[in-house]
Design a protein around this ligand. Structure first.
Ligand code: FNR
Length: 183
């Protein structure tokens, strides 16, 4: 079996973001044969059709589009802003959705949200499903990653809570199975 190349998006730009800590935990938990790398999205311009030439976005967008196109699967990590994903993440998805290669179509996706509060960003989680469903992406079903009270579950920049790490591990296995099922 060849190595699965997974790209993770971090939907929060701030230094020390819980979302980044959650996402930086994942490479440690990846099943054998899965490599997870995190991609930046904060440098992408706001979606603007005037920036396009021949139907294609500027080079930063093209490079991001290639990165996602070459990935076997995607992990979208997000906080919840006013019961929705942050604009920076929506912007990245909007760009990908309008590039000619339609790289999200059929792409296996794991969505992971977090919150210091009691709902784990579940509404952002479902809003992301709504947005990504238009692109033809496919999701893990039968459970969500929506980590509640994350402030008490991290240390040294990663998730340290054992149950949460186990839950994330099980979802990474589900992502692997989803990819294999759609090869
Ligand atoms: C929030 N926060 C928040 N939390 C939540 O559970 N549901 C929500 O709807 C919101 N709304 C919201 C809006 C805005 C504009 C901000 C800045 C924050 C709190 C949020 O969960 C908290 O700041 C997290 O720490 C953000 O994630 P990162 O940046 O730590 O990854």
């Amino acid at each position: 079996m060849s190595t699965l190349n997974i790209v993770g998006l971090v939907g929060s730009l701030r230094r020390g973001a819980f979302t980044r800590q959650m996402m930086e935990t994942l490479p440690d938990l990846a099943p054998e044969g899965m490599r997870i790398t995190l991609a930046d999205i904060g440098h992408l311009p706001f979606y603007n059709e005037d920036l396009k030439e021949d139907g294609k976005g500027p080079e930063v967008v093209r490079a991001f589009n290639r990165l996602i196109g070459e990935a076997d699967g995607l992990i979208v990590g997000s906080p919840e802003y006013n019961r929705s994903p942050p604009a920076v993440l929506k912007n990245a998805i909007d760009w990908l959705s309008k590039e000619p290669e339609a790289v999200l179509a059929g792409k296996p996706v794991m969505i992971a949200t977090q919150s210091p509060g009691q709902l784990g960003g579940i509404l952002a989680n479902y809003h992301l499903r709504q947005v990504l469903s238009v692109t033809g992406a496919i999701f893990i079903t039968g459970g969500e990653v929506a980590i509640t009270g994350i402030g008490k579950k991290v240390s040294d920049g990663k998730i340290s809570d054992t149950d949460t790490r186990d839950y994330l591990t099980s979802h990474l296995r589900k992502l692997s199975a989803l990819i294999e099922a759609h090869r």
